[in-house]
Design a protein around this ligand. Sequence first.
Ligand SMILES: Cc1ncc(COP(=O)(O)OP(=O)(O)O)c(N)n1
Ligand code: TZP
Ligand code: MG
Length: 506
Amino acid sequence: MKSIIWIIAGSDSGGGAGIQADIKAIESFGGHACTIITALTAQNSMGVDAINAVSIEVLESQFSALESDMPANVIKIGLLANVQQVEFIAAKLAHFKAQWETPPLVVYDPVAVASSGEALTEDDIIPTLKSTLLPLVDVITPNTQETQILTGHYLIGPSAVRDASEAFFNLGVGAAMIKGGHWDYPQGYCIDYCAVPGQEYWLGNEKIIAPHSHGTGCSFASSVAACLGLGYPLKDAFILAKAYINQGLKVSVRIGQGIGPVSHCGFPQNLADFPEVIEAGSWLGKELELEPWDRPVISGFAASETQQLGLYAVVDSCEWLKICLENGIKTAQLRIKNSEAPDLAEQVKTAIALGEEFSAQVYINDHWQLAIEHGAYGVHLGQEDLDSADLAAIKQAGLRLGLSTHGFFEMLRAHNYQPSYLAFGAIYPTTTKDMTGQIQGLEKLKHFVPLMADYPTVAIGGIDLARAPEVAATQVGSVAVVRAITEAADPSQAINLLQAAIKRQH
Ligand SMILES: Cc1ncc(COP(=O)(O)OP(=O)(O)O)c(N)n1
Ligand SMILES: Cc1ncsc1CCOP(=O)(O)O
Ligand SMILES: [Mg+2]
């Protein structure tokens, strides 16, 4: 079912921002946009002539039409024209959050000032916003100027950005996405920040010189709302919204005599439009003083033998590994989750020897020290291992590195390391591992594969013989399975059928 996004915002008669931009962005991500119009602004590419706020009665009639028929998954708020509107909408949100079976998420783009510099509210709404609306907001998406107005923090560097997001949390906001389009720090770069209490994400790319950028703020927030409506995690909504704006800015054109609108080009499909996930230790990370600044990002691991890894068996013993290799599997992984297993080193040694005997590529999961010590073909690591494993030693020993990713943000983070392959998971629910909240589904896999076309790619999680054809049809280079082999009545037959099913699609 389509996700329903209510947009509470003003109409832009010039078609570049406001409701008009919001609908385009939400539809680009496959959401269904409903509208509650707060004002009929008279504006064009040169500026704002009038705001024309609608009455509370008109607002109420729009709310009641939607509430009785199409409750929202996400509510995106933009222009609120006066104090009465802020109070009325805050009361509505409080009611929805308290009464609805599934309370809506609220994304607020605090449109206080148009990109032309003109005020977009009839009176000073800031004190009322802070006391009534912000405590109901799940994600706020201010630019630097709006951040300063709402928090009093001048964004003169990374620590000021953190302080400002703390100030938002203290006002009751759940998450802050502070857009850096108006910063120039480091010079020539655009840096964006997203934080929830205890966790922060930084994105960066070279500034896109685009004179036609009207509506970027509205479109960014609506993209975030649409992605949250699809069930994407916040960090994925953050990076996709940024990629959406980048691709739109690159092709925006003049319409009218002033600032033209950002273009709307659908779900981001080009890697070049995605920003860099900024790692501590990278050049940008150092500029932003991210900790630990002295841990360099190691990238460029040994290439895997082939681009298509085919059927990939993930098993927890050398007995299973031998069965898989005897049946012709060429990519396999020894995944022993008990680090205290007394025969761990022995199993790793045996697995490496089996790989050599059968001319197969055997990866060791987790135990990278043993993998280096015994000369494995490669290691497979998770995202959390990126902060602790000695990647320099893995690279120096010439081992391949496979990395797990769960979503767009982690995929772009893994890309910083240029691993030997990228794994996407879990595609379907699985009982092999707790993947709560991390099920990707086939639709996301269809986006991941072309974005990462330069890497060997692997899909994992809940894949069986029935699902293997649709997974392989995405052109993912490899299908990784545990139970489809280890719980099969006849493992040899299961391997043959899985191999054939994958081959038919490639
Ligand atoms: C091919 C492949 N993909 C993903 C994983 C998961 O690895 P990780 O995130 O390190 O989790 P654990 O397997 O260690 O639980 C994998 N093992 N193999
Ligand atoms: C290790 C791992 N990582 C993501 S899903 C998964 C388990 C896959 O197991 P199965 O093929 O039995 O669903
Ligand atoms: Mg692991």
